[in-house]
Design a protein around this ligand. Structure first.
Ligand code: PLP
Length: 432
């Protein structure tokens, strides 16, 4: 794939972005640029190395009592211990699942089934991932009452609203820790404090926060916490549900006695080993990687804001996980931006979902009060541990060119320009 890299004639600092005439565009063959780490991450070499023996030599079933099985069982329990340590939990509180979606379903449905209170109310927010939202919609069809709490214009929930929504029928509260579209970090600790003495179960979807910011189940005061391997440079199809000791809970599936009778099915040992190694590495490197990503991301936004007119950042200005920058562009739709960037070898995503071939405006942005038009024009850039300054320089240059091109073809942009010109003329006539 061929990318053109913008360079600075006079060198430039590590975080300096090329501006105007200081920027030359050169043509160079480089690898494609991946800025979609919140969708998924590549498996780190250290992770695939750790997994490899469990595909080949140590392939036993962890439930078998012979040596092959016992070696697999040891890897399973060592991994459980690593995950537990990383979350501040005990190994018996860790259940391996097939991913974040299953962990979320297990927490919400498993928690509810054991703790019915007649009418049964669930409280969640309007900005959850579909794994939670669609589980809640399904529960509504089964007769549960679900309260969807609003957020402010930065995508942040007011913990006081959670307190006010709790009734004697509330069984479970599920709130996302860090939003996957805009990155806003929710006040889980404060909500945990409110929920603590209310005989209500509390789940958080920590799929986007684990590995990016500190996540400790005791600090967060949660009963359930879900996470996923493929967002932290681990394998896909593996996740974890943390269940606080003593919390009543019913499995979703019936089968063997795996995972202490809570999640039947032969354990996926290579993936479990990979997830545990990925968590270990993420924790070791978090301070350094997160600080670097945040610095790059903020400079990236500054460059976008300086070089392109009509841009709006979506998400909390400070309380946001380091990889995510969500931007709406006036008069363009996100799909065109994504396709044009892809042609130049840059992978980004929309803050929208694709339903029957059409991009629907994101429920998260609409809940934040973003207009329909700007929600349609929202693009999510998500940086990774290997994202470089040069890649971001190139992205800003391509983005500026793309937005200019798309606006030049937009009838609404042309109308807006005409109106603006009329307004300018009227005020200059008035001034005379
Ligand atoms: N929750 C959040 C916040 C996510 O971003 C995702 C994945 O995009 C999920 C849940 C689902 O996780 P998985 O893909 O492992 O099922």
């Amino acid at each position: 794939m061929c990318n053109r890299l913008p360079i600075q004639r006079n060198g430039g600092s590590l975080l300096g972005f090329p501006k105007g005439e200081d920027c030359d565009i050169i043509t160079e063959i480089v690898k494609p640029i991946y800025l979609d780490h919140s969708a998924t991450t590549p498996i780190r070499p250290e992770v695939s190395e750790a997994m490899h023996p469990y595909f080949t030599d140590i392939f036993g079933n962890a439930s078998s009592i012979h040596t092959f099985g016992q070696k697999a069982k040891k890897a399973l329990e060592d991994s459980r211990e690593k995950v537990a340590t990383s979350l501040g939990a005990s190994p018996e509180e860790i259940i391996f699942t097939s991913g974040g979606t299953e962990a979320i379903n297990l927490a919400i449905k498993g928690g509810l089934r054991c703790n019915r209170k007649g009418e049964n109310q669930v409280i969640t927010s309007c900005i959850e991932h579909h794994a939670t939202l669609n589980t809640c919609r399904h529960l509504e069809r089964e007769g549960f009452r679900v309260t969807y709490l609003p957020v402010d214009r930065y995508g942040k929930l007011d913990p006081g609203d959670v307190g006010k929504a709790i009734t004697d029928k509330t069984v479970l509260i599920s709130i996302i820790h860090a939003n996957n579209e805009v990155g806003t970090i929710e006040p889980i600790e404060e909500i945990g404090e409110i929920v603590r003495n209310r005989e209500v179960l509390f789940h958080t979807d920590a799929v986007q926060s684990v590995g990016k910011i500190p996540v400790n189940v005791n600090d967060l005061k949660v009963d359930f916490l879900s996470l996923s391997g493929h967002k932290i440079y681990g394998p896909k199809g593996i996740g974890v549900l943390y269940v606080r000791k003593g919390v009543p809970f019913e499995p979703l599936f019936q089968g063997g006695h795996h995972e202490s009778n809570r999640r039947p099915g032969t354990e996926n040992i290579p993936a479990i080993v990979g997830l545990a190694r990925a968590m270990e590495l993420a924790e070791e490197e978090m301070d350094h990687v997160s600080a670097r990503e945040k610095k790059l991301r903020d400079a990236f936004w500054e460059a976008i804001e300086t070089q392109i007119e009509g841009v709006h950042m979506n998400g909390h200005p400070r309380d946001r996980i380091p990889p995510i920058l969500n931007v709406s562009f006036d008069f363009v739709d996100a799909e065109s931006v994504i396709l044009n960037l892809d042609l130049k070898g840059i992978a980004v995503s929309a803050g929208s979902t694709c339903t029957s071939g059409a991009l629907e405006p994101s429920h998260v942005l609409l809940a934040m009060g973003v207009s329909n038009g700007l929600a349609q024009g929202a693009v999510r850039f998500s940086l990774g541990r290997e994202t470089s300054q040069e890649e971001l320089n190139f992205t800003v240059a391509v983005l500026a060119e793309t937005i200019h091109h798309l606006r030049s073809m937009s009838p609404t942009h042309a109308d807006n320009n005409k109106q603006k010109k009329k307004g300018d003329l009227a005020s200059s006539l008035e001034a005379h």
